[in-house]
Design a protein around this ligand. Structure first.
Ligand code: NAP
Length: 283
């Protein structure tokens, strides 16, 4: 029951009505008997400064930020965690009495998802895409000890800009390529492939995946961060190749669990988040 003592956290985005975070977090609060509630806030572009000021004044404890606020929110924080600073985007904010701090849990979410099936230490990893998600994941991969990272993108120049940014902070080799024969060649000895493009996402389930079974090998870990549909075209190709699949739901779950830990100091059960998410996605 919500009372005057209930602690409020939530998500600000535009749109926000399709967010799956409220049911996941609220189920975990109940499970751990924490007097918290997670609320969606529809904050339109242009209103974020006021909304953040309001959040401070209303004693909100924590926020997630989604499209289009992840970069702009940095202007309204007192401090930004090192990883979020490198990524240049914040998806989680923690409010204490005297400090508002920003974090980015997307990268750690992706790394934890992959590490359910394979350690990324010293592994060769190819990321397809060079947008916001690729940026968050690639910085975290370097910080978590990846051996080699290649960014492959339709617009090769964007992949090379991201690779340059990554090379500035790490001794790990980071390269860039386009979506051509070079990608096929590099995949031969790659350990982990991560798709961060929206290809195959609802309502475009029938899009041809950028990597097909003939380009994969059975020991390859294939992570598609698209989670709607649950089984994307890329994951079906991974099945055909006998490769190891990591669905996009895992990143969504782990990034949320990390935010939950930042706000409450407690680690929720993976199963709680997963059961609720699957129920929502299967509706
Ligand atoms: N599972 C999770 O928790 C999670 C978290 C965050 C995001 N996501 C998903 O990740 C996806 C990307 O998000 P984002 O924020 O990184 O998007 P973004 O910043 O817009 O970047 C999209 C990237 O995909 C590439 N791309 C788009 N359409 C393409 C096409 N038809 N062919 C080849 N490449 C194409 C773009 O290439 P160009 O540079 O050439 O345009 C760009 O590199 C979305 O589907 C989002 O839902 C999932």
């Amino acid at each position: 029951m919500i009372t005057g003592k209930t602690t409020v956290v939530g998500i600000m985005g535009d749109p926000v009505e399709h967010s799956l975070s409220p049911p996941m977090h609220n189920a975990a609060f109940q499970e751990l008997k924490l007097d918290y509630v997670y609320v969606p806030f529809h904050v339109k572009r242009g209103n974020l400064a006021l909304a953040m000021e309001g959040a401070r004044k209303m004693g909100i404890k924590g926020l997630n930020l989604t499209i289009p606020h992840k970069i702009e929110v940095i202007n309204y924080l007192d401090e930004v965690d090192e990883v979020a600073k490198l990524i240049g985007a914040v998806n989680t904010v923690n409010f204490t009495d005297d400090l508002v701090t920003g974090y980015n849990t997307d990268g750690i979410g992706a790394v934890k998802a992959i590490e359910e099936v394979r350690s990324i230490k010293n592994k060769k990893i190819i990321i397809i895409g060079a947008g916001g998600a690729a940026r968050a994941i690639s910085f975290q991969l370097l910080l978590s000890g990846a051996g080699e990272v290649l960014i492959a993108n339709r617009t090769r120049e964007k992949a090379c800009i991201l690779a340059d940014n990554l090379n500035e902070i790490s001794a790990t080799s980071v390269g860039c390529l386009g979506l051509d024969d070079e990608l096929t060649l590099e995949l031969e000895d790659t350990d982990v492939l991560i798709n961060t493009t929206p290809i195959g996402m609802h309502p475009h389930e029938d899009d041809e995946p950028l990597v097909t079974a003939d380009m994969m090998h059975p020991d390859l870990v294939v992570n598609d961060i698209v989670y709607n549909p649950l089984e994307t075209g890329l994951l079906r190709e991974a099945d055909k190749a006998g490769a190891i699949k990591v669905p996009g739901t895992k990143m969504l779950i782990y990034q949320g669990m990390e935010a939950f830990r930042i706000w409450t100091g407690k680690t929720p059960q993976l199963e709680t988040f997963e059961t609720v998410l699957m129920k929502e996605l299967n509706r």
